[in-house]
Design a protein around this ligand. Sequence first.
Ligand SMILES: Cc1cc2nc3c(=O)[nH]c(=O)nc-3n(C[C@H](O)[C@H](O)[C@H](O)COP(=O)(O)OP(=O)(O)OC[C@H]3O[C@@H](n4cnc5c(N)ncnc54)[C@H](O)[C@@H]3O)c2cc1C
Length: 380
Amino acid sequence: MDFELTDEHKMFREAIRNFGQKEVAPVMEEAEETGVFPRQLFKKAGEQGFLCPRYPVELGGGGGDKITECIMVEELNRVNAGIASSLMAQSGLATQPIYNYGSEEQKEKYLIPAIAGDMVGAFGLTEPNSGSDAASIKTTAVRDGNDYIINGTKIFITNGPFCDYVILAAYTDPTKRGEGINLFIVEKGTPGFSVARKLDKVGNRSIETGELVFEDCRVPAKNMIGEKEGGGFEQLASTLLSGRITYGARCTGVAQAALELTVQYAKERVQFGKPIIKFQNTRFKLAEMATSVDVMRTYTYRVAWMYSEGKDVSVEGPMVKLFTSELLQKLLGDAMQIHGGYGYMMEYPIQRFWRDGRLFTITEGTSEIQRMVIANRLGY
Ligand SMILES: Cc1cc2nc3c(=O)[nH]c(=O)nc-3n(C[C@H](O)[C@H](O)[C@H](O)COP(=O)(O)OP(=O)(O)OC[C@H]3O[C@@H](n4cnc5c(N)ncnc54)[C@H](O)[C@@H]3O)c2cc1C
């Protein structure tokens, strides 16, 4: 058993860390304030193979594995969770269905430009009345000659307001719950596809999140992912499973940043004549936080490794998401507590990580849903 990262992984970490400092850090404050995503980051990351690091080099990807993708996600989340999530959507949800199930034409037209950062993708599953119960979506795609006519509304869609295409889940056969779903690639500018509104969020303010509406939106049948009607739920499940592992890296990155900020603050803040890091309570809390970060990272990498080896991670994937996102809540609470009143002030960066990290037990399957999936899979 070897728990060491390879030299390639270590070099990649160094490179993506530099990218985070050089390209993301200088633009993040403005993105947080304005809620406008610095779109140029897609191209900058794409050019260097950072945007989709686990896809093959022949497609413009980084040629790495799932651990490589986790390193990218962790390092970018250390800098800014909002920006990281926009880029991470591209490396996973918004490209993986095409990579795994798409036609050669779809790969040429959407996947390769997305990997290069020339196109921005989004993934549209959630609807106003259908979140955790994904099979209850109401969006439909009705065949009409060589096209499908799509009607429905998608909400909370990351990159939705400025995406070039969205991978959309819709029922081709609403009588077959779950089974009757297909995924479609819908391009921006297609008549009937509009961004109804950009949503205002508590955290992750640098990502653009939107509500998308499809009204008699005519999409060529060749934009359906997969060759036959039905079976889209399986494509969704495998895409979400991979994302649950990546989510471990997202949590680890935020946890690492919160730990570093808290150590620094505890060394600087003086009360009762000494830096608060000298108090046993502070040291114990910091020790627990450091332990949490290490366990989060180690478990994430273990499951990422299993995934890359082609092993079944249908239990471990949701375990990663559940464990890391829940542990993160405790860690962020402690980080905030050690910062005292200053931590609650907008001028101290810990508040941003605290707000951003709160999301992580909710998106891409809530903790309750992860528990349900784990218990089902284990036959409890
Ligand atoms: C910032 C942000 C970005 C997002 N990005 C995307 C995106 O790009 N694409 C996309 O498709 N979606 C996206 N989502 C949607 C996200 O995945 C959903 O919010 C999430 O799946 C939960 O759905 P919901 O919000 O409708 O909550 P609900 O499903 O309404 O759940 C509400 C509460 O009820 C609980 N609950 C529900 N069912 C059960 C049950 N059976 N047993 C016990 N408890 C239950 C939930 O755990 C939760 O606590 C995003 C959301 C946010 C906030």
